[in-house]
Design a protein around this ligand. Structure first.
Ligand code: SF4
Ligand code: SF4
Length: 544
């Protein structure tokens, strides 16, 4: 319970310098109040509240529960709401915003380095050396201060980042799209808008103060990073260097309070004034884009993404990292092949991947987490398309295989009976070497939730749909033509070939044939073709 100052206060000013968190502040009329989003009762600093112990009139007291409704006091006019169509809004999708999302979600997992002055920095080089972005950490409040945190303080700040602050980065990037010159103009948003964007208005289990505290922390954390950009000529756009500047300037936070009968101030609302940093002049400049001097990069932000992050961040941190990364990577609907290794690096970081590879049981645990995170993505609507060559059913997650189960109970029974007859069953334990195979596996892309695709042009939509159709056809064809272990054994025996002879014709070891026949692993494209050529006649007869 935070403390508050009641009407007994004689404004002696003694408590301000004693407060270790800076929670005691002066109001416009000269009276004092305690910001309840900052006061922590001196926990971690002193055994008892310092304001209370110093106060000559015992004014500080635990903040009493607020009674009655919040008064509707006039509040500053805000910028226009986002998501006016109910589901999507454009947002500035420049690399700076993508990388800030990565920082806010991947935190210490990123390769942070230390410069010669002892400051932590994270650098992202752009492919083919087209440019580099260098991020550094500063304090969270003073918008006009560029003071960098020293290594230890920066590490602490990064460790304390709340993954949900990436939503505020995206909300700011969406509000910036309503401005002509966002690096000069400010936008104003309040707690009610943020509550609604994040779906917090439905959280009846959280008190108003808890929500306000959370919103303030998230809003500040998204403004805590500086970026310096060095960019080489790209097409007709000349190279440029952007000096170190905040990605987002938190110009002002206005606290709205309501006084009770004891004179205690209750926080009832927050209004934030934000401005984009210098990066926007080069990456989100419509005029510059027409004059070929700057970029104007924007994408489509689905509201469902924000609410999804807010609902799964605790159980599926890896899935949140993947969703955010995919928002930029899939470039709003365009298919891209993605290796499982890359996705796992995004979700868990290099260090955890290395630990999993070296610890007994670590690989299994990480594979389980990955499969569960993929399922969370799929439930949201980001359905992975497994590459049949490198990511065949025997190494796919069980939930993906069960998705093929027929709905009709009789057909489902038949499916399970058929499944039990073969050498290789749907519920088999993972085959040997699954980790190594996963490290070489690929996803052909993702089926996207409908609101992710909404803003695609008609041409892009039809291209995307055609690609999806081709991918799905490829997967089906590959499944249909695939020789199962039992089929290979039967065909080999009909041809009176021993495992050793088949292995020699295949140019493989005998144990390879044995493993394939036992269904321990599945041959890939070229090997499948060769098996077809050698066993073709017999397989054909068998299939009839
Ligand atoms: S209880 Fe401690 S943290 Fe809270 S206002 Fe008083 S001195 Fe500051
Ligand atoms: S709360 Fe007490 S110590 Fe603080 S200004 Fe008021 S009278 Fe002084």
């Amino acid at each position: 319970m935070p403390y508050s100052i009641n009407k007994e206060c004689i404004q002696c000013n003694d408590c301000i310098s004693r407060c270790p968190t800076g929670a005691i502040q002066m109001m416009e009329d000269g009276r004092y109040w305690i910001d309840p989003t900052i006061c922590n009762q001196c926990e971690g600093y002193y055994p008892e509240p310092q304001c209370l112990s110093i106060c000559p009139v015992d004014s500080p007291m635990p903040l009493p529960a607020k009674k009655g409704r919040n008064k509707v006091n006039p509040r500053p006019i805000t910028s226009q709401d986002l998501f006016l169509n109910g589901s999507t809004n454009t947002f500035a999708s420049a690399l700076v915003i993508w990388e800030l999302c990565n920082i806010l979600t991947q935190k210490q997992s990123l390769p942070w380095q230390i410069d010669e002055l002892g400051h932590l920095y994270y650098q992202r080089k752009v492919s083919r050396n087209r440019g580099k972005l260098t991020f550094k950490v500063t304090d969270e409040c003073e918008w006009n201060s560029m003071e960098l945190l020293q290594q230890k303080a920066a590490e602490k700040a990064i460790a304390q980042l709340d993954i949900r602050s990436c939503c505020l980065n995206l909300i700011y990037a969406a509000h910036a799209t309503a401005l002509e010159r966002p690096w000069e103009q400010e936008f104003t948003i309040n707690d009610q808008q943020i509550e609604q964007y994040l779906g917090l208005e439905k959280r009846k289990d959280l008190s108003k103060l808890t929500k306000l505290t959370l919103i303030k922390i998230l809003a500040q954390q998204a403004c805590q990073f500086l970026v310096k950009v060095d960019w080489l000529r790209h097409g007709k756009i000349p190279g440029f260097s952007i000096p170190q500047d905040r990605v987002w300037h938190l110009v002002n936070i206005e606290h709205h309070v309501q006084e009770d009968d004891l004179g205690c101030q209750h926080l009832t609302g927050l209004t934030f004034q934000i401005r984009a940093g210098e990066w926007a002049k080069y990456f989100f400049n419509q005029e510059g884009y027409w004059q070929r001097t700057a970029f104007y990069q924007y994408g489509n932000l689905p509201k469902s993404l924000l609410t999804q992050v807010m609902s799964i961040w605790q159980q599926h941190e890896g899935a949140v990292r993947m969703i955010l990364w995919l928002l930029f990577k899939t470039k709003m609907g365009k298919d891209q092949r993605i290796t499982v290794q890359t996705l796992m690096r995004v979700a868990y970081g290099e260090e955890r991947m290395g630990e999993a590879a070296s610890q007994s049981g670590g690989q299994k645990r990480l594979m389980r987490t990955f499969e569960s995170n993929l399922e969370a993505l799929s439930t949201y609507g980001l359905k992975p398309l497994f590459d049949p060559e490198t990511y065949p059913p025997e190494i796919q997650p069980l939930w993906a295989k069960l998705a093929e189960l027929p709905d009709d109970p009789e057909a489902a029974l038949e499916f399970w009976l058929e499944d039990g007859r073969g050498d290789h069953s749907l519920t088999d334990v993972a085959p040997r070497g699954k980790w190594n195979r996963l490290m070489n596996a690929r996803l052909l892309g993702f089926d996207l939730p409908s609101d992710w695709e909404q803003k695609l042009s008609a041409k892009d939509q039809s291209q995307h749909k055609n690609k999806q159709k081709i991918n799905k056809r490829k997967i089906k064809t590959a499944r249909k033509d695939r020789l199962m272990g039992s089929q290979i054994t039967l065909a080999r025996k009909k041809l009176k070939l021993s495992q050793r002879q088949l292995a020699s014709q295949m140019g493989k070891s005998q144990s390879w044939v044995r493993d394939v026949e036992k269904g321990r692993f599945h041959p890939k494209g070229e090997d499948q073709n060769k098996l077809h050529q050698i066993l073709q006649a017999e397989v054909h007869v068998e299939n009839k």
